[in-house]
Design a protein around this ligand. Structure first.
Ligand code: SF4
Length: 361
């Protein structure tokens, strides 16, 4: 950093006061001084914002808070309902952990959210970043945060050219995030750093001309703002093939529940198997379903951070809604409208749309 810390935080906070976005989990900028944020809202927003953009999160946040307005209501909820409200946000372990954290706060802290980092770290799914964010933003504790936005801003301000994913650089960045904390308004300061990274000091085109802290920035002084932080070459993601069978009897479809652990844990889906054989025979052999010959109705592609999926989707009919032999997972026959009440992985939501004629086949 090229100038004094106190000027840096003052200029950053002045900018934040004028330019922060109005977000449902933030206090309105006209809120009376001394008003505290709702720690539960901060916790829910932080869980939802991991790996997910603000604009995507906002409608989910509203629906979630409307249904679960406090920790007790979330702790008491049926997990399937929590997953259903999370459907489409992805990374469903976040939803499960959020509910487990709510249960633990209710049982161990009489329903009052703890404000200290070491207590927050004992809650399921809460790592160092989330603990720091909740503790500083909701409770005003003087603790640092380091997420992708803060990391980028700090690397540029200090002109750090090492790979920020390396452990020694991470350590250094956490230390810097702590050193630059002001004495007051720590939560706002941390939020301001993230906001600066989201709105001005963006990954691809930092807007240095309008940056409130440009005078402090080493990367700008060195003309390195487009090359810091160092980017690793993106690895190619493996493509996984699946065959999905939309087995219908009358107006009902056969669905199965995914295992309690792993990707899309506990959610429901059409019968899906690894695509390593002849699709027309696969359905009858493993599950002994007396169904018509499957006909292909579409292909659904779905990309996650570390892998891509391709689902070939087949439709077939049965005369009798029998429980299939050999299907080890819980299964049900439901209408498409009833399916809509259950948590479904995003590709299967799109398959429902396909069956409803809402997607091109
Ligand atoms: S001057 Fe540019 S690179 Fe430096 S912090 Fe501001 S936006 Fe980021």
């Amino acid at each position: 950093m090229r100038k004094s810390l106190s000027t840096f935080s003052r200029q950053l906070l002045q900018w934040f006061d004028l330019h922060q976005r109005t977000l449902p989990w933030r206090l309105n900028r006209n809120a009376p001084p001394g008003t505290r944020l709702n720690p539960y809202h901060v916790l829910v927003s932080e869980a939802m914002l991991q790996q997910t953009q603000v604009s995507t999160v906002i409608p989910y946040f509203h629906r979630f808070i409307e249904r679960f307005p406090n920790l007790n209501s979330l702790a008491d909820a049926h997990e399937q309902e929590v997953l259903r409200l999370w459907q489409g946000l992805g990374y469903y372990s976040r939803a499960k952990n959020l509910q487990l954290a709510a249960k633990k706060i209710v049982s161990d802290h009489a329903g009052q959210m703890p404000g200290k980092v070491d207590e927050l770290l004992k809650l399921p799914g809460i790592g160092r970043y989330t603990a720091g964010a909740v503790s500083s933003i909701a409770f005003g504790q003087r603790v640092p945060i380091l997420d992708g936005n803060v990391l980028r801003v700090l690397c540029r301000i200090d002109g750090i050219q090492d790979d920020p994913k390396n452990s020694p650089t991470q350590k250094l960045l956490w230390k810097r995030a702590e050193e630059i904390l002001p004495r007051e308004r720590v939560g706002d300061f941390n939020s301001a750093l993230m906001e600066l990274g989201a709105l001005v000091c963006t990954a691809r085109s930092p807007q240095c001309l309008v940056c409130p802290v440009s005078a402090h920035c080493q990367a700008l002084a060195d003309g390195m703002q487009d090359r810091i932080p160092l980017r690793r070459k993106a690895k190619s993601t493996p493509l996984v093939h699946r065959h999905t069978f939309c087995v219908r009897c009358g107006d009902r479809y056969l669905i199965e529940q995914r295992p309690a652990k792993g990707r899309w844990a506990g959610m429901w889906q059409f019968i899906t198997i690894e695509a390593d054989g002849d699709s027309s025979r696969l359905l009858q052999t493993p599950y002994s379903l007396r169904a018509s010959v499957p006909r292909k109705i579409g292909v659904i592609e779905h990309a996650l951070t570390h892998r891509r999926y391709q689902f070939e989707v087949f439709a077939c009919e049965m005369k009798r809604a029998a429980t299939p032999k050999g299907l080890e997972r819980p299964s049900k026959w439901v209408t498409l409208a009833e399916m809509d009440q259950r948590p479904l992985p995003r590709p299967h939501v799109r398959m429902v749309e396909l069956l409803n004629g809402e997607l091109p086949s």
